[in-house]
Design a protein around this ligand. Structure first.
Ligand code: 4AD
Ligand code: MG
Length: 431
């Protein structure tokens, strides 16, 4: 077997001969010189063959290559200042693995449905690759942030007997003879974990049977959910703004090239530094009414409302103290004003909407028990959750960041469908 180098590694081999395993992205030829655009997943490099300098076999193999053919090439790494990577490969030998015929994704424009049906191939294009690299860096930065601050990673279950975020979009399945639901949020379990470990976070898939078709909603999405004992809403907000700033700065440090590939306006991301502005729900309502929206106090915000508010700021904004009636059962009422809760949504700039939902949790057992009745939830199913308030209850807070909306914002994408390798959307389960 050949010793292969990756395209990412070639800078370490300037002037030397290497073998690379790759695919043909495209090619052009002048008759005397062939230029091969090669990709191996780690990057792109141009392979150059000069007819008068290579064997006939190498020249002819290169001529046969079609888009997405797989091959090994041997060549000498040469510095080339005009190339985006700074290097090119002077090809001496071409070993074809497979000649691809009729590759369905060509450099011309394709419609979104066409591409979504071929998502497994669409991933090979430079933009989709760049998005997945940035997604991986975001995940790395998230884990780094919490690991460095002594949070313990805890995995909540995926199959659950009850709901966390209301019953309207529960994803139902059977659990032998019983009913079960795919988790909407690991939060309730993370509260149990916080009482055992202090500061915890989860990172996993969550499911919502969203019947609406929007550019912000997925059926299956990934959430980061920190939960913290002895932390109030105010401290939670400080952690959230530090956290999101850290993620952005980390992507700016490690993914410059990928941000350029997708054409992101980097100056907009550079502005994202803590602290973030805050606004109460009351003030948000006022601001919306002043801007011509007919939205009464007590109503939840939709995408146009969030966008109108976000437009006033160059960084994410917290909207705090929503009416209890439009928020989840577990949120703690503001002791000075019981009709609002100690919660905050973080709204991203540029119209990307809510990326974080969080709150201080009810710590009083009596009040929590009353909430089950008001929200028509069976108290029986939540006895274990009530135990957390019966046995050593403490003030605690937590939040959930939606990974795909965060990726959409950082990458400046029109739709969340490109932020996850294989999106699950209303009416789309294939591939
Ligand atoms: O605001 P949500 O519903 O909050 C919770 O689930 C809390 N239990 C979290 C917690 O406090 N531990 O969802 C949190 C975030 C949203 O802000 C949004 O970014 C994302 O999850 N999200 C979705 N992302 C994509 N598609 C969907 N259908 C989403 N629903 C929520
Ligand atoms: Mg929310």
């Amino acid at each position: 077997m050949k010793t292969l180098r990756t395209i990412k590694q070639v800078s370490e081999y300037a002037g030397e001969q290497v073998w690379i395993g790759c695919w043909l992205n495209g090619k052009r030829s002048s008759g005397k010189i062939q230029f091969l655009q090669l990709r191996d997943g780690t990057g792109y490099i141009q392979g150059v063959l000069v007819k008068s300098e290579v064997s006939e076999a190498a020249w002819e193999s290169a001529q046969q290559l079609t888009q997405e053919s797989s091959l090994y090439v041997r060549g000498t790494v040469r510095e080339e200042p005009r190339s985006p990577s700074g290097y090119e490969l002077l090809v001496e030998e071409v070993e074809i693995i497979q000649l691809t015929e009729d590759y369905p994704i060509t450099p011309k424009e394709h419609g979104v449905d066409y591409l979504m049906d071929r998502r497994h191939l669409w991933l090979r294009t430079p933009k989709q690759r760049a998005i997945l690299v940035i997604r991986a860096q975001i995940i790395r930065a998230i884990q780094q942030f919490f690991d460095e601050r002594d949070f313990t990673l805890v995995d909540p279950p995926i199959l659950t007997p009850s709901s966390c975020e209301g019953t309207t979009n529960l994803f139902h399945t059977k659990y032998f003879d019983d009913d079960a639901y795919l988790t909407q949020s690991g939060q309730l379990y993370m509260e149990a974990a916080a009482m055992a470990l202090g500061k915890v976070y989860s990172f996993g898939p969550t499911f919502r049977a969203e019947k609406s078709k929007t550019r912000r909603h997925l059926i299956e999405f990934w959430m980061i959910e920190p939960e913290m004992a002895f932390v109030d809403l105010e401290e939670s907000l400080r952690i959230q703004e530090q956290f999101v700033s850290h993620v952005i700065q980390s992507v700016l440090t490690h993914c410059r090239k990928e941000l350029e590939t997708i054409g992101r306006d980097i100056s907009k991301l550079e502005a994202i530094q803590a602290p973030f502005p805050r606004m109460t729900y009351d003030d948000a309502i006022k601001l919306l009414q002043e801007n011509g929206f007919d939205v009464p106090w007590g109503e939840d915000f939709g995408a146009p409302h969030e966008t109108a508010i976000a437009e006033k700021f160059d960084r994410p904004v917290f909207i705090t103290h929503y009416p209890a009636s439009i928020k989840a059962f577990y949120m703690k009422p503001d002791p000075g004003r019981l009709e609002v809760v100690l919660c905050a949504d973080m709204i991203a700039p540029e119209g990307y909407g809510e990326i974080i939902g969080g709150s201080q949790r009810i710590d009083d057992p009596q009040l929590l028990a009353e909430r089950f009745g008001e929200h028509e939830l069976s108290e029986e199913a939540y006895q274990w959750y009530l135990d957390l308030r019966r046995y050593g209850t403490v003030p605690h807070s937590g939040f959930g960041l939606g990974l795909e909306r965060t990726v959409a914002w950082i990458c400046g994408l029109d739709h969340v469908r490109e932020t996850i390798p294989f999106p699950r959307l209303l009416h789309r389960l294939y591939p």
